[in-house]
Each structure stands twice: as structure tokens, then as C-alpha cells.
Design a protein around this ligand. Structure first.
Ligand code: CO
Length: 136
């Protein structure tokens, strides 16, 4: 059931500054373009690592879901972990059958595949994104 760790989500007030830090401190070279997801209230940029990605999230618009997170953590911080799953509707039904609260989704995420989010109260304080494994 539990698939590969696809990415770690990191909220930041500035994508540009965060990208500069990953370049300067860690020598990051493979960095995606900025992806705007206005219906989700975020701008996203991916920093590739050999085995995973860091998903940098900057708030976009008034009702951004990460605005409250940044109010509590003004410099930004780790926001969620994303694991791959085979099939998103089965994963959602499985979470609900096991009593975990699915807070959003399924909807199409930044990788173009459907995702859901599981409430941190059910996962020891960690917001979990489950994402259908990309087919390509
Ligand atoms: Co994510």
C-alpha cells in the first residue's frame, strides 16, 4: 500500500529565496519552473534530489491553505510528506475505513495525477499527501 516517498512539501514565503538557498547550500541544479495552481492557492517549485523531490510552496491569493501555516511559521517550514499509491479512490476509501480524516481531494496535483490529504491529527502531527503514481 505505502509507495515511494514522492516529495517533501516545504512552505516558504518566497520561492525565489528558497531556491537560492537550496542552490547555495546544497548545490541543487535540477529545479522546475514555477507552477501556478491558483485554484489551490499555491505557487509550487520542485527541487530534484537523486531519489525524491522537495516541493516548495508559496501562498497565492487570499485564501491560500498555507497562509495560516506561514502565520504560525513566518520563515516557512516542513508542511507535508507525499507518498505514492496505486489508485487514489481506493486509497481514500481505505483511509476512511480506517478512521483517518481525508481533508481534501481527490483533485489533480502539481504532478498531474490525483492526490488526497490526510489530517495530521490522525498521523502523529504530520500532514500526509497520497498521490497516484505517475504512469510515465
Ligand atoms: Co505535495
Amino acid at each position: 500500500m505505502l509507495g515511494r516517498l514522492n516529495h517533501v512539501g516545504v512552505a516558504t514565503p518566497s520561492l525565489a529565496e528558497a531556491v537560492e538557498t537550496y542552490k547555495r547550500l546544497f548545490g541543487a541544479t535540477v529545479i522546475s519552473d514555477v507552477i501556478e495552481l491558483p485554484e489551490r492557492g499555491v505557487r509550487v517549485q520542485f527541487v530534484d534530489t537523486p531519489n525524491s523531490q522537495v516541493e516548495l510552496l508559496e501562498p497565492m491569493g487570499e485564501n491560500s491553505p498555507i497562509a495560516a501555516f506561514l502565520e504560525a511559521n513566518p520563515r516557512g517550514g516542513q508542511h507535508h510528506l507525499c507518498f505514492e499509491v496505486e489508485e487514489i479512490n481506493a486509497a481514500k476509501a481505505d483511509m476512511e475505513a480506517k478512521g483517518a480524516k481525508v481533508v481534501s481531494g481527490p483533485y489533480i496535483g502539481a504532478h498531474g495525477t490525483p492526490v488526497i490529504f490526510v489530517h495530521p491529527k490522525d498521523v502523529h502531527g504530520v500532514l500526509i499527501e497520497l498521490m497516484e503514481t505517475p504512469r510515465h
